[in-house]
Design a protein around this ligand. Sequence first.
Ligand SMILES: *Cc1c(COP(=O)(O)O)cnc(C)c1O
Length: 412
Amino acid sequence: MIEGKIGSGNRQIGDRFKYLKKSISEYSKIKEEIKTGLMDSDRIQKQKNKIMEYLGATDGQWDDYKWQMKNRFTDEESIGAILGLDEEEKIKIKRVGERYRYAVSPYYLSLIDPGNDMCPIKRQAIPSIMELDDKGELDPMDEEGWSPVELVTRRYPDRLIIKVTNICGMYCRFCQRRRMIGECDSHETKEKIAGAIRYVKDNAEIRDVLITGGDAFLLSDSTIEWLLKELRKIRHVEIIRFGSRTPVTLPQRITDELVSILKKYHPVYVNTHFNHPMEISCESKAACEKLADAGIPLGNQMVLLKGINNNKFVVRKLNQSLLAIRVKPYYIFHPKTVRGTSHFWVSFETGMEIIESLRGRTSGLAIPTYIVNGANGLGKTPLLPNYLLYIGRDKAVLRNWDGVIFSSENKR
Ligand SMILES: *Cc1c(COP(=O)(O)O)cnc(C)c1O
């Protein structure tokens, strides 16, 4: 029984489809303006040529992730040369860099639009003077306090994470683990990683092991293979997951060799981290498709960030574009109160508006769970729009995606 006054459900059949068409018209227009990297590939190609010329690089070098890592941009002069920054901007980058390290792969730098001050890629990669704001904490999740042995964070009964490195292809300006990035790149030693594996082995209820960092895929192929082999010796480990932003920031890392290693140890899952449609380029698409072709289910963990994706249409476009490259939107994280990231913080209302705007208006597959991490390690807590308005002994009152209120018998 339909009791609501608005929405599509209680219209005449002929009007229903007109209503549906009309309700998507605003997005249909805006969608063309929110560019993906694929839509903007000519501009990106031009920047790529400029960077290659600056570095004297060949195509072969560009496609080699080790070259990309070695040639990460880490000083204000070279970034300034590529992006055309003035002296004042360069001084600001230098000042922030003295407190928080930065490094951008040539590839990720090529996605930045130098003509756009608000570029969502630039905001993620290039230090901002606002990072010197002192609000927030270094470790709001109290990861140290939830660590039974070195490298391991365990907050849940049946799964845990192992942080195997502090290296990344790019140091995101909103990083939740800024405290670990420190002064220099370092992988954890094999001994320490072996200690974490021993913890998994000694705790038979752990059935899901998540390898992260830093960026898990910045370990060498041989270390990744060793790690997988060791974990697969443990009977109670059912699934292995990797957390890696390399498909987004360093897609060259997803080589045929890496993929052929991963697929030997199935079931292996990869969660990656796209935050904006502009990150979906020819190269990141190819990286995701390579992983998907190897039978690896791909998920995306987006962080809600002011000035990057705090907009319902940007998120809709991102999630639809991710499905097109076979990546399933998995989580949207509410930004954590990490020190040096306060200019990215958004309100819960913003997050709720975004998550509510997706249901019904796009594929269920494009709808992730919106998560806030409880302070001090209370864990992932979903924030859900309220669709259940009343629940009584015999009936419940609900609201559909379109605002139509209806009742449903409560059979028992
Ligand atoms: C996020 C996280 C996990 C994985 O959580 P899922 O909801 O299963 O994806 C596991 N352990 C820790 C410590 C985490 O922070």
